[in-house]
Design a protein. Structure first.
Length: 388
């Protein structure tokens, strides 16, 4: 090949690759302040790093370009109280139209799916904040009134209604966007300083759900690894509480698990209600687990048609090893989930797993019937349950 032609082709390939990864961020600010600067900050796990800045034109226009290999969070910022959080993906061309003093509530934002989704969520959140602020104004009006106690009771009831509504909306938003990094942002929204929409103690299952999904999709991204550390700490803090004692006695409801399948779909343990379920913890690297798998295949083939299901949770280190183990042992007929976190898996502290294989047999309502049934013991128990 002619050297000159080769160099031209190489330049085209390189240029095309850069263009594909290049993100363009442009916009117009309404009523701009002459000489005002706008900043582009990258969001790390514990800090913001300014990566670019420019003076807004007299007409309010600005433009940035940034090369990205993976989706990531950035902020457009006038100051620390006036910013727009963006989720940018390679190749996107974001265009923003906003008032210069209200970036977080843009008039319009297009060209970036993640940023558009967060802006839509912010509209609902802002409505809730406005409603709560209105209640505070009513309280101020009655502060010297004899009717204040009755008014406060009514206001508290209404405030709780608003908080419940935004909590429910946020959970639905996370469920809808469970494979997107926007679900991570939704976990930490506030209606007032230090008043969070989701409570890590009460809503731990949603922190677990987001962690499980994003840890597989974005394993090295700092905000995701930071979430995983938080979830592990939260789970550890629950040790000793009833939810962490699934084997404390027969009749206890097995704690919820919501983890991704090999295909990336999040499947809850509670979705198996209505079936007798073997909740089994294993890994492809675990020799005793692999030797027990033929017994599970036999049990499944015998009793699945009668209402038996297996929900198998892997503690594998990599997705490839996990999937190969499923294929090699011919386990593909039942449900498989994992967060691919090895002994750092979220299920470890919740179920107090110290060794595998480990399993729990659940009735049709999700209550524990027995634990660590293997080989003939499992088949004998299933024969007893399905004898009629």
């Amino acid at each position: 090949m002619n050297t000159k032609i080769f160099l031209i082709l190489f330049a085209i390939i390189v240029f095309t690759g850069c263009k594909k990864n290049m993100v363009q961020i442009s916009g117009t600010l309404v009523n701009p302040v002459i000489g005002e600067y706008i900043f582009l900050d990258e969001l790390k796990s514990n800090e913001l790093v300014t990566v670019d800045s420019m003076k807004v034109s007299d007409k309010g226009t600005f433009s940035f370009r940034k090369e990205l290999k993976l989706p990531a969070f950035y902020l457009l910022k006038i100051n620390n109280n006036n910013f727009l959080t963006m989720l940018l993906a390679p190749g996107e061309k974001l265009n923003l139209n906003a008032y210069h003093d209200s970036l977080n509530y843009p008039v319009s934002v297009t060209g970036s799916e993640g940023t558009e989704s967060m802006a839509e969520y912010n509209k609902t959140l802002r409505k809730t904040i406005t409603e709560l602020s209105g209640l505070n104004k009513i309280y101020t009006q009655y502060i010297d009134s004899a009717n204040l106690p009755a008014v406060m009771e009514s206001l508290d009831s209404t405030a709780q209604k608003y908080l419940t509504e935004i909590n429910t909306y946020t959970k639905k938003y996370i469920d809808k966007n469970i494979k997107s990094l926007v679900s991570l942002v939704a976990l930490y929204q506030q209606v007032a300083p230090s008043v969070y929409v989701l409570n890590p103690a009460k809503d731990l299952n949603y922190f677990v759900k987001v962690d499980s999904s994003l840890s597989i999709l974005y394993p090295g991204y700092e905000p995701v690894t930071s979430l995983h550390s938080q979830v592990m700490e939260l789970s550890d803090s629950k040790k000793g509480q009833p939810i962490a004692e699934p084997a404390a006695g027969k009749g206890a409801v097995a704690p919820e698990i919501a983890l991704p399948t090999p295909e990336g779909d999040t499947v809850k343990l509670s979705s198996t209600r209505g079936s007798v379920v073997l909740l089994d913890f294993w890994a492809s690297w675990c020799g005793p687990c692999r030797r027990e798998n033929p017994n599970l295949v036999k049990a499944y083939n015998l009793y699945h048609s009668k209402g038996f299901q297996i929900y198998q949770v892997s503690l594998d280190k990599t997705k490839d090893d996990w999937v190969k183990g499923i294929q090699d042992d011919q386990l593909g007929k039942w449900l498989h989930v994992s967060d691919i976190q090895y002994w750092n898996s979220i299920v470890i502290p919740i179920y107090k797993i110290e060794s595998i294989p480990m399993n729990f047999l659940l009735d049709r309502e999700g209550r524990i019937i027995a634990s660590n049934l293997r080989g003939e013991k499992l088949l004998t128990k299933l024969a007893e349950l399905f004898k009629n």
